[in-house]
Design a protein around this ligand. Structure first.
Ligand SMILES: [Zn+2]
Length: 284
């Protein structure tokens, strides 16, 4: 199985039979447009980046919450690929606004399981990481179809999920938004954790340590792969740069996680933008 990292929290899973995306945000709209304009999918950019995935067929798109940097491109991609969508009711409304057929949209709850080929996916409700007061929309929902273009504040969080993805006896945990894991059952274990890094660095050290315990240590993985660490206002997901230090001290949070994973004997593997990592392949 390969997993390709395409910037922000965008992951493409492919086992040769089944292909699905998690939280695709490939439009990577410039900061001035995010602030001052209503935004929509940059279709030429998405087409260019997903060339291989389109050609091979895309079975599904999984959406962990409906902030713009996780959901903006889902409608365009799902509509054009004829892919199934799994996400919250808010995600359903956003997709309806992009003409995705209602019967292809599957609204998930805590504990919903989805089967995609050999992939078995569990949706786990989890709190989004704290947001700054002027952007705090946690728990707020999108209640009517949302046709693009829209200002980014219209893409309300709508509840957050993590994903436990099982495949041939192995398991992958995707925690895309550095969120709090208080609600996640203690019984969950994962071989690989994809860990959202971005906004964590605005929190204090104690929060970081708790977060590491919840989101990495108690899952007992052998590998942690950071995601959502890049400045997604830069256009090319194949040339990622860190979120500017003035916004988020992501480099400090990297240092802490690298230190703690080393202490715990866990590999910390950075997958560059546009590159794939092969997981669980059986050696010769
Ligand atoms: Zn978010």
């Amino acid at each position: 199985m390969t997993v390709t990292y395409l910037g922000a929290a965008t992951l493409l899973f492919d086992d040769g039979e089944t292909r699905f995306l998690v939280d695709p945000y490939l439009s990577r709209i410039a900061l001035k447009d995010l602030v001052f304009r209503r935004v929509q999918t940059d279709t030429s950019r998405v087409d260019a980046l997903l060339g291989g995935a389109w050609a091979g067929g895309l079975d599904a798109v999984l959406v962990t919450h409906s902030h713009f940097d996780h959901v903006l491109d889902v409608g365009y991609i799902a509509h054009n690929a004829g892919a199934e969508v799994f996400g919250s009711e808010s995600t359903r409304q956003i997709c309806l606004g992009s003409r995705v057929a209602n019967e292809r949209i599957h609204v998930v709850q805590d504990g919903t399981r989805a089967r995609l080929g050999e992939f078995d996916i569990l949706f786990v409700a989890a709190a989004h990481s704290p947001m700054r007061w002027f952007m705090d929309d946690l728990g707020k929902t999108v209640d009517t179809p949302l046709p693009p273009p829209q200002h980014i504040v219209r893409y309300r969080e709508g509840g957050s999920f993590h994903l436990l993805i099982r495949h041939n006896g192995q398991s992958i945990y995707v925690n895309p938004s550095a969120s709090d894991l208080d609600q996640v059952p203690d019984s969950i274990r994962a071989d690989v954790v994809f860990l959202g890094m971005g906004v964590m660095s605005r929190q204090g050290k104690e929060f970081h340590q708790d977060h590491y315990q919840y989101s990495v240590a108690r899952l007992m993985p052998s590998m942690v792969i950071p995601i959502h660490w890049d400045n997604y206002c830069l256009p090319d997901p194949k040339a990622l740069d860190l979120i500017p230090a003035s916004i988020s001290r992501t480099a400090d949070w990297f240092s802490e996680v690298i230190t703690w994973t080393q202490q715990d004997g866990i590999a910390f593997v950075i997958v560059p933008g546009g590159r794939s990592i092969s997981l669980f392949s059986r050696g010769p």
